[in-house]
Design a protein around this ligand. Structure first.
Ligand code: SF4
Length: 356
């Protein structure tokens, strides 16, 4: 995703985005380094991918000073290090690790957070003065009723919005504020209102994330998961209307097969960054083949941890069919979640043929 510019101006990243197709942007994307930081979370989102709370606790509790130092040494020169998984701000070591990332020369130090801790301005300032310069805040509605029903956590909306407002105050120092809204059947009809609300609170980029059909999203699939084509149509109407009022609509639809979003302006077709994180070997064995694991044990592993890439997760849970080979997006497409196909089948996914 491109970085944002001051209101009304166009950043170089946005200009570059204008000049590239979504396939080119995907081909040129950087790999982000993820550090699994939060052993626990103070929200309880109905669509959370991390359904196995005990498993997450065990895995993320193993992230300690030594592992963070190891990752930063291995990934010297990384464009972005992002603290993520669980609620990273609940880990008291976070400010120290942010500082280490900055000292290691990482240009962009970020966090994926529900934003509630950021409402404590002193804490938010601690993170920013340590070097954090981009925030990805999860917010799933434009009012308390909608958001709190999805997070299943009373008063989470009030705190998250207060967190956004705190970060917005510091944007003049170069801090970037992005949000992530997970699309469900409940908030899909409110895409336009959510966008307007978040832009009104100073958000640079409003990302609408289509759910991954894993974890709780799989457990509650029938209640919360809209069809991709339905999401794409709501997004089309919203973007068309928003585009009449704003020359550059800073909303991006992410994690949805490109064959379902051909009617959207190319600028607003986003993608999920590639990332690498370190998992205990016992976890990695479930995702990566034995041969691949061996090739990664090149002396760079730390204790019992090994690098796992987003593509490892995709390969284990996403699918393509034969006709996908004819699609112009085949090279950039990560496929369709197997759990989605079990419910809705392949009918929606029609290969995009150049010149057809
Ligand atoms: S490769 Fe298949 S799933 Fe992916 S965009 Fe093309 S038709 Fe859709």
């Amino acid at each position: 995703m491109s970085s944002e510019s001051p209101e009304g101006s166009v950043s170089n990243a946005d200009r570059a985005r204008d000049e590239q197709s979504v396939d080119e942007r995907i081909a040129n994307k950087d790999e982000r380094v993820h550090i699994l930081t939060g052993a626990v979370c103070n929200n309880n989102c109905v669509f959370c991918m991390e359904e196995d709370r005990d498993g997450r606790y065990i895995t993320n509790s193993q992230t300690d000073d030594a592992l963070v130092q190891h990752i930063l040494a291995q990934k010297k020169g990384a464009e972005e290090v992002c603290f993520t998984s669980g609620e990273p701000t609940m880990n008291p070591r976070l400010p120290h690790w942010v500082r280490w990332a900055k000292e290691a020369g990482v240009r962009r130090v970020s966090v994926m957070t529900n934003g509630r801790s950021l409402s404590y301005e002193k804490y938010a300032r601690t993170l920013m003065s340590a070097g954090m310069n981009r925030f990805y805040v999860s917010i799933h509605g434009h009012n308390e009723k909608l958001h709190d029903a999805l997070t299943r956590t009373p008063e989470s909306f009030t705190q998250t919005v207060a967190g956004l407002d705190v970060i917005t105050k510091y944007k003049r120092y170069g801090v970037e504020l992005h949000t992530s809204t997970v699309i469900t059947k409940r908030n899909l009809p409110h895409m336009a209102e959510i966008y307007r609300f978040l832009r009104g609170h100073g958000v640079d980029q409003v990302v609408f994330n289509v759910m991954q059909a894993n974890g709780r999203a799989d457990t509650f699939f029938e209640h919360i998961f809209p069809r991709y084509t339905e999401i794409a149509e709501v997004a089309r109407v919203f973007l068309e209307e928003a585009g009449r009022k704003e020359s550059r609509v800073m909303a991006f639809l992410v994690d949805i097969p490109l064959c379902t979003t051909t009617a959207l302006p190319d600028f607003n077709r986003g993608y999920v960054e590639s990332y690498v994180h370190y998992e205990p070997i016992a976890n990695a064995e479930k995702l990566v083949s034995k041969e691949a694991l061996l090739s990664r044990r090149d002396g760079s592993e730390h204790r019992e941890h090994v690098a796992v890439r987003r593509s490892d997760l995709d390969e284990s849970a996403r699918q393509k069919r034969e006709a996908c080979a004819t699609c112009q997006h085949n090279a950039s497409c990560e496929g369709v979640w197997g759990n989605y196909l079990k419910r809705y089948g392949w009918d929606e996914f029609v290969p995009v043929i150049t010149g057809a």
